[in-house]
Design a protein around this ligand. Structure first.
Ligand code: PEP
Ligand code: MN
Length: 334
């Protein structure tokens, strides 16, 4: 539900109306346009009817919003969101590349890769400390030691950290140490975790579930936002189809479709989408060309020896080449 306010309405004129709305447990989102001011209501508005608002002087008219993702949807927030994360802008034309290994393995590895990706122009570094693995016997990350190594790499390079949280056990550590908390594809519908991470009010990178629709991705973002944070970056990382030539099928149409539906930034992960390092470049370029707000790319200094996802990891040299081409595409479409 959106309440359009009469022109000239001052914030103090809406106090009683806000009290009524919040007494129903509904979240208020102010929408300030150039000529009109509106109030967006997110939550269960079925308990309220147009008649509840006629007594308020300041109300011009009421619009019911069809989509269920009120906070994530464009209706309440027509302009693209731009986040300032540790001094780096994301969204609204600010292209952000996140790069680094699938998993943090050693001090030497993470420092070397972080330095190389920083020099090539990455805005953030990635590196898993807690890894969701299909096999219970596969390397599942260094845990809190991995987080310490990421902090060391941040101190040496200045690159903010993007890393995945897998359970609520480490919420405090992530709140204290991580710049962007990643929620992986396998946890996209772990609604308890979504709410708990949202309540930290820290930036979140939310990856699309393996077999999730875009509306389900947006509803997951809505859960995070209802928890408290507003800074949610969406990530398309390939979906499961009948095709087996690639690890997943990269759904690039997700970019223009999501751009219509949401104000949140959308980035592409060509590494997990394809599963092969030589497919990362063409898909990264295609993602840039179709309007993605950024990329997340796995980079390893010795992909052949990587403990996780080596086949899809590019070397720092290849990453640098991709960055140069991405820049050219950006100039071409500007
Ligand atoms: C990852 O980014 O390392 C990862 C596990 O990705 P996804 O959740 O998309 O599979
Ligand atoms: Mn990986």
């Amino acid at each position: 539900m959106i309440i359009i306010l009469k022109q000239g309405t001052r914030p103090e004129d809406t106090e009683n109306l806000r009290r009524l709305v919040t007494s129903h447990g509904i979240i208020i989102q102010d929408i300030v346009g150039e000529t009109t001011s509106m109030i967006g209501l997110a939550g269960d508005t079925s308990q309220l009817s147009e008649d509840d608002f006629v007594r308020f002087e300041c109300v011009e008219r009421i619009i019911r919003v069809k989509e269920s993702y009120k906070l994530a949807g464009r209706s309440f927030h027509p302009d693209d969101s731009v986040f300032d994360i540790a001094g780096r802008k994301v969204g609204g034309g600010n292209f952000a590349v996140i790069a680094g290994p699938c998993s943090v393995e050693t001090e030497e590895q993470i420092l070397s890769v972080a330095r190389d990706v920083a020099a090539a122009g990455a805005k953030f570094m990635r590196g898993g400390a807690f890894k969701p693995r299909t096999s219970p016997y596969a390397f599942s990350g260094l845990g809190l030691d991995g987080l310490e190594l990421l902090k060391l790499a941040r101190a040496k390079t200045g690159l903010p950290i993007v890393t995945e949280i897998m359970s609520s056990e480490y919420l405090e550590q992530f709140e204290a140490d991580v710049d962007v908390i990643q929620i992986g594809a396998r946890n996209m519908q772990n609604f308890t975790l979504l709410r708990q991470v949202g309540a930290l009010k820290k930036p979140v990178l939310l990856k699309r579930g393996l077999s999730s629709t875009l509306d389900e991705l947006l509803m997951a973002a809505e859960h995070v936002m209802a928890g408290g944070t507003r800074d949610v970056i969406l990530c398309e990382r390939g979906i499961r189809t009948f095709e087996t030539a690639t690890r997943n099928t990269l759904d690039l149409s997700a970019v223009p479709v999501l751009k219509q539906k949401t104000h949140l930034p959308i980035i592409i992960d060509p590494s997990h989408a394809t599963g092969y390092w030589h497919l990362v470049e063409p898909m990264a370029l295609a993602a840039t060309a179709c309007g993605a707000d950024g990329l997340i790319i796995e980079v390893h200094n010795h992909p052949e020896a990587a403990l996780c996802d080596g086949a899809q990891s590019v070397t720092p040299q290849v990453f640098k080449k991709i960055m140069g081409k991405v820049e050219k595409i950006r100039e071409a479409i500007a």
